[in-house]
Structures are given as structure tokens and as C-alpha cells.
Design a protein. Structure first.
Length: 161
């Protein structure tokens, strides 16, 4: 049996039209459409206030961000980056810590990204692919120690006895 596909906006319109006609009780309509009663009440209230535009999908972005970095701190990060254009978030964090400004490395990095201060050639390339093989013993690795190094280790071992 194939899945039943439906357009969410179309289902909302059908719901609010049926709710405004009062064909069935709100609880029965909510059960039929598979939504909770508070959601049904909210959709009906929005439809009565603003029409079809009221039940359209809105942005889920927060209206405010109370934990956002203050503008003067962002300005300070950008000033330091201007003074040291080759430095990244880790080094800038050390300078800011000396000024008693505690920002995480990731916050500083996001500030630099947000203001388009990071250039593509500033970024390091991703690490090479690891040298893994599909079966055991397909790859062997050997460490070479020079004879001088072996002699030094032998002498230091004799001294510690």
C-alpha cells in the first residue's frame, strides 16, 4: 500500500473551512486530520484573524537572540583580525584572553565567517585519506632507526641499570 501524500497547506485550508462551517465538533475534526486540539484551535484562530495568510507556514527563526555576542566584542575581534590578518580564531582568542575577554574559539571563528574576513586560502586543506586497506596484511609499515640512534639507546639503557 503506497503512502498517502498530502500538501500541508491544503490540509490546513480544508481543516479551517470545515471548522468554520461547524460540520463536526472540533475534537472530531482534529482526530480526523491527525492534529492536536490546541493546534486546531490555533489554526482556526489564525484563520479567523488573517484568513488563509494566517495559516501559512511562517519562519521558525527566533525573533531575538539573547545570547548573541555583543557588537563591541565583535568589533574588537575584527580589529584584532585587521591588525593580524594571518591569524585565526585560536591565536586571536589568546590575545582576547589577555584583555580579559573570554570568547570561545568557535565563537570567534563564526564572527570571522559572518563578516567574510576569512579567505579561502587561509583555510587548511582536509587531511589526506587514511591509509586503510580492505583486508589484513595488505599494507605493511616499518620504522627505521639509524645505527647511531640504536647505539645511543643501548648506552642510555646501560646507564639506568
Amino acid at each position: 500500500m503506497p503512502w498517502k501524500t498530502m500538501d500541508v497547506q491544503e490540509q490546513k485550508v480544508k481543516f479551517v473551512v470545515a471548522a468554520s462551517r461547524r460540520e463536526k465538533s472540533l475534537t472530531a475534526l482534529c482526530q480526523e486530520f491527525g492534529i492536536s486540539r490546541p493546534t486546531g484551535l490555533l489554526w482556526r484562530k489564525r484563520y479567523e484573524a488573517k484568513g488563509v495568510a494566517g495559516i501559512a507556514e511562517g519562519s521558525r527563526r527566533p525573533r531575538r537572540s539573547p545570547e548573541q555576542t555583543k557588537a563591541e566584542l565583535e568589533r574588537r575581534v575584527l580589529e584584532l583580525r585587521g591588525r593580524y590578518p594571518d591569524w585565526g580564531a585560536r591565536k586571536l582568542r589568546v590575545l582576547l584572553a589577555r584583555e580579559q575577554v573570554e570568547l570561545t574559539r568557535s565563537t570567534i571563528h563564526r564572527i570571522l565567517l559572518r563578516h567574510n574576513v576569512l579567505r579561502e586560502h587561509d583555510r587548511h586543506p582536509r587531511a589526506m585519506k587514511r591509509f586503510e586497506r580492505g583486508a589484513p596484511n595488505e599494507l605493511w609499515q616499518m620504522d627505521f632507526k639509524s645505527p647511531l640512534r640504536l647505539e645511543y639507546e643501548r648506552r642510555s639503557a646501560l646507564r639506568t641499570r
